[in-house]
Ligand binder design. Structure first.
Ligand SMILES: [Zn+2]
Ligand SMILES: [Zn+2]
Length: 406
């Protein structure tokens, strides 16, 4: 009886195990589903790809399943009777696009084996071959070898075949995007052979420069209106400023970044850019020594100004009312900032002084917002002086903003 009891216990345990089997199987299935390639979530992350190898009558080559970012590994060459393996190609029969191993595929790819028939010596018929000229029977291509054949004129069944080396790519820089007055162009290094799409890099072509010979006024007029967030970049090389401010004012809906760094004028006259509200950034050429009175007055869109190193003086009201101006660097050559130069620059939050300005010239009326003038002048007591000053002001505390040296 004891014995049979023991077996009953075993039997119960056995039964319990089998009762739980469906539950265990369900859990396993759920896990498999999550890990499965059929799961759209996993598909998106892993981007599985299959590389198929069509050996074109040669020995079978196994497919490769790749996850995202994995390279195709070069399999061992297949074999085919009386043939020599000549590489894997994307285009079957044509064999112009040799697959470059160690590249990462972007989609499923089928690669096709190319075979060259082994040269079989013509049977020794005692013929003293009279060979004709070599003629191309399979043209060589960029990365694909070709073949030449010559035929015996005594018996055309006698043939000789010799390989032709691949030609290599015929690379040349080609303009793929034409430069304009507002955008750089692009050149692409491209293979010139018909049917080959091989490229190896791009480089930019500088945008066209507006000179006295090209009319800024007609160029601006031809451009569609834009916004302050997407200004046009214009490179202007000119000898004198003459009517440039008037031209900008005549096109108030064309927001511009004006790069004049290649220009040769050496002063900016009074009111030169006054009220040019569409001017976002301006780069002043290095040769400029003086910026005139109210030169940028009420350029309300002006955010950034790049001054040349030669600027010696900033005149009365030069940046008066430039309400968007956020930062400025005062070059070391500047010895004088006149009255109202920064009056109403309510967004100014960063000023860099590269040199020392004499107290006498740096009058109260320079109207740097808040206490910047005083903080800067502390250099007489060992503080202030050369350096960058910032403030966390709000727009309306033009008088009370507190500045600190960084
Ligand atoms: Zn012959
Ligand atoms: Zn090519």
């Amino acid at each position: 009886m004891k014995y049979s009891n023991y077996f009953t216990q075993r039997h119960k345990k056995f039964k319990r195990f089998f009762l739980h089997l469906p539950l265990v199987a369900l859990c396993l299935c759920m896990n498999l589903f999550l890990l499965s390639c059929e799961n759209p979530f996993m598909l998106k992350i892993l981007e599985p790809k299959t590389i198929y190898f069509n050996s074109n009558g040669g020995s079978k080559v196994a497919n490769q399943n790749l996850w995202k970012g994995n390279k195709v590994k070069k399999p061992a060459d297949p074999a085919k009777a009386s043939h020599t393996f000549a590489g894997w190609f994307e285009d079957n029969n044509k064999f112009t696009k040799a697959w470059i191993f160690d590249t990462v595929p972007t989609a499923d790819v089928t690669l096709h084996a190319k075979w060259n028939a082994d040269k079989t010596d013509p049977p020794d018929t005692g013929c003293e071959h009279q060979w004709g000229v070599w003629t191309v029977t399979t043209p060589a291509y960029c990365t694909a070898a070709g073949e030449e054949t010559r035929i015996c004129t005594i018996d055309p069944i006698h043939k000789e075949i010799r390989p032709m080396a691949p030609l290599g790519h015929d690379m040349k820089w080609v303009e793929t995007k034409v430069p304009t007055y507002t955008e750089e162009g692009i050149e692409t290094y491209t293979c010139q052979r018909i049917g080959c799409t091989h490229t190896a890099g791009t480089r930019t072509i500088p945008q066209l420069v507006i000179t006295p010979d090209s009319d800024l006024s007609s160029i601006l007029a031809s451009l569609p209106g834009n916004t302050a967030a997407t200004p046009y970049v214009l490179v202007v090389n000119i000898g004198d400023l003459s009517s440039i401010g008037d031209t900008l004012n005549a096109n108030p809906d064309k927001y511009v970044i004006l790069d004049m760094s290649g220009s040769t004028f050496n002063s900016i006259g009074d009111y030169a850019f006054a009220a040019c509200q569409s001017l976002i950034t301006v780069t002043i050429p290095d040769g400029v020594e003086s910026i005139g009175a109210y030169a940028f007055r009420d350029c309300t869109g002006l955010k950034n100004i790049v001054t040349g190193d030669s600027v010696k003086s900033i005149s009365i009201g030069t940046f008066f009312g430039c309400a968007s101006l956020e930062s400025i660097t005062i070059p070391s050559a500047v010895t004088c900032i006149e009255v109202y130069a920064f009056y109403g620059c309510v967004s100014l939050k960063s000023v860099t002084f590269e040199g020392t300005i004499q107290e006498a010239d740096f009058s109260d009326g320079s109207r740097f917002p808040g206490d910047l003038r005083d903080v800067y002048l502390y250099h007489y007591s060992g503080e202030g002086g050369i350096g960058t000053y910032t403030t966390t002001r709000s727009p309306n505390d033009d008088y009370t903003a507190k500045w600190t040296k960084q």
